[in-house]
Design a protein. Structure first.
Length: 184
């Protein structure tokens, strides 16, 4: 049996000369490096913010890293800072009591205030400072307990009560006397 295929024939590839071999080796290094350089330039050029984006501006960065809160110091003994009952009512209480929201006794409604006035000033002030029903506690807020007391008297008296204005705290009273006697 004879073999019809010749196994001893040399194998020929696409590279036939040494010059072709050199060009193939050089191209196998240069083509990938060129592709890598082009991709790196394409990616590096993409760090520009999009059109109309203000996210990386100095103002936007400053707004993102600003402190969450601030500390404010108030002079609690200054007599000029004490507000009247009407001022406190207008600033804080009127939001609910003017319209009678959340079962709040409506300002000036004698029928709604009569039962509350009978409990006395201390009970009304306690309810205002600690909160009652849907009304949040007012103690320790923007207004002093004395100012809240003045607002309670103002609202109760407009609702038919005859409550006396609360006495000023000792520190505020002495500051008021000192301010009145100070030379101008």
């Amino acid at each position: 049996m004879s073999d019809s295929q010749d196994h001893d024939a040399p194998h020929e590839g696409p590279i036939k000369t040494p010059k072709q071999l050199i060009w193939t080796v050089v191209a196998s290094f240069l083509v990938p490096i060129t592709i890598i350089v082009l991709l790196a330039n394409f990616v590096a050029a993409g760090d520009q913010p999009g059109a109309g984006s203000e996210g990386m501006s100095e103002q936007a960065i400053a707004a993102r890293i600003q402190p969450v809160g601030e500390v404010m110091f108030k002079d609690a003994s200054a007599a000029t800072q004490l507000r009247s009952g009407e001022q406190v009512y207008t600033a804080q209480c009127a939001a609910c009591h003017a319209a009678g929201l959340a079962n709040a006794p409506k300002f000036g409604d004698t029928a709604a205030w009569s039962a509350r006035i009978k409990t006395g000033f201390d009970a009304l002030l306690n309810s205002a400072l600690k909160g009652k029903g849907a009304m949040a506690a007012q103690g320790g807020g923007e207004f002093s307990d004395y100012e809240i007391g003045r607002a309670v008297v103002f609202m109760a008296n407009k609702g038919g009560g005859k409550l006396d204005e609360p006495k000023a705290p000792a520190a505020a009273a002495s500051a008021a006397v000192a301010a009145a006697s100070a030379p101008k």
